[in-house]
Design a protein around this ligand. Structure first.
Ligand SMILES: NC(=O)c1ccc[n+]([C@@H]2O[C@H](COP(=O)([O-])OP(=O)(O)OC[C@H]3O[C@@H](n4cnc5c(N)ncnc54)[C@H](O)[C@@H]3O)[C@@H](O)[C@H]2O)c1
Length: 338
């Protein structure tokens, strides 16, 4: 039985991934390392509790001693690295922790993995041959787009926020371990995710929560910034495919070809809420309020996922219309129970 280290699984994407992975692969022990910052909660991992192949460890990916202990204690034979500071607005207010967690944390993890698995550059220890480090990254490293282009794996990096710059830095560290040491790495750069378990601070949960509370729904600037939205379980399936079948040293973009402006997002959600939980003959749309734009707000992100689709056979199962209904149903339950 192999032990795989997953980091950051008390957060949004990791906590969707961990139960999916545990159920699909009975041959893995899954060790979860998460600091439980404001962004992570064990509530998100309730489905995994009690599973004998699931172990949770509270701790910091920057803590080298702890990471070394985990590799030795559990004989880690693969890493899927989600842990990060992830909210752009926070990175504008407090960039230092983004550099610490996203850059130093990724360095610490990959350096421990390389030393644990390899004898010397380009030579794995016999028992660790093939052990892989999968780094989870974002399309934000590519910067912002005009109205027609798409991000491909060849798009030059041009990060614009401290968040995306710190993720770009972590991607470069992973790349260097591939090139310098021959460590088996893959990187996935994904577009905006939505779905269950996302932190309240992010756009879609904010829209739903504010609407239900009858509070104004804040939309940045003119609301015309475009993001390419992917249902979180489709991201998890893409990660699984790349982890198991992606080519060593490769980068794969993951995206659902579901571009929407923020105005389209708020419109879709309020339309569904108007049907599902009508509110005193008023539309939730009346709560939409434009607020001062985010500093350095990227205008458009859009992913070309052709490589992942054609080389590894991944395809998104949800489109935005189907995924957003599932998402709203999940948050309705959450907010009605709090
Ligand atoms: N959410 C998106 O739309 C999106 C899109 C593309 C890529 N990503 C990437 O996916 C990954 C997961 O994103 P998310 O949205 O789930 O983030 P999140 O903020 O919801 O969760 C991050 C998790 O990491 C943990 N963490 C933070 N600092 C840590 C540290 N020093 N040591 C250990 N754990 C720590 C937090 O406690 C939290 O549980 C990130 O690397 C992010 O950059 C996210």
């Amino acid at each position: 039985m192999k032990s795989i280290l997953l980091t950051g699984t008390a957060g949004f994407i990791g906590s969707n991934f961990a139960p999916y992975f545990l159920e699909k692969y009975p041959q893995y022990n899954v060790i979860n390392l998460d600091l439980l910052t404001y962004a992570g909660t064990l509530e998100n991992l309730k489905e995994c509790e009690g599973n004998p192949r699931y172990k949770f460890i509270k701790g910091d990916i920057c803590n080298r001693e702890l990471v070394e202990f985990i590799f030795n204690e559990y004989d880690i034979q693969g890493v899927i690295h989600f842990a990060a500071e992830s909210h752009v607005d926070n990175s504008i207010k407090n960039p230092g922790v983004f550099v610490q967690t996203n850059v130093t944390g990724t360095f610490t993890l990959i350096d421990v993995a390389q030393k644990y698995w390899m004898k010397k550059p380009f030579e794995y220890k016999e028992e660790y041959k093939g052990c892989r480090f999968h780094h989870i990254s974002t399309d934000e490293v590519y910067g912002t787009l005009n109205e027609t282009d798409f991000f491909t794996e060849e798009t030059p990096y041009a990060p614009n926020s401290p968040y995306s710059a710190s993720k770009a830095g972590s991607d470069m560290i992973v790349r260097s371990y591939q090139e310098t040491y021959g460590l088996n790495t893959v990187i996935t750069n994904c577009s905006n995710n939505y779905g269950p378990k996302q932190h309240d601070e992010k756009l879609i949960p904010t829209i739903i929560r504010k609407a239900l509370a009858g509070e104004s729904i804040p939309i940045y600037g003119d609301g015309k910034n475009i993001r390419d939205w992917l249902y979180v379980l489709d991201h998890c399936k893409g990660i699984d495919i790349v982890y198991h079948t992606g080519k060593q040293g490769n980068v794969y973009n993951i995206g659902g070809r579901n571009e929407r402006t923020n105005l389209q997002i708020v419109d879709a959600i309020t339309t569904i809420l108007d049907e599902k939980v009508p509110h005193a003959n008023k539309s939730y749309k009346e709560l939409i309020t434009f607020v001062e734009d985010r500093a350095g707000h990227d205008r458009r992100y859009a992913i070309d996922a052709t490589k992942l689709e054609t080389k590894l056979g991944w395809k998104a199962d949800e489109n935005f219309e189907s995924g957003i209904v599932k998402t709203i149903e999940w948050y309705l339950q959450k907010y009605e129970n709090t």
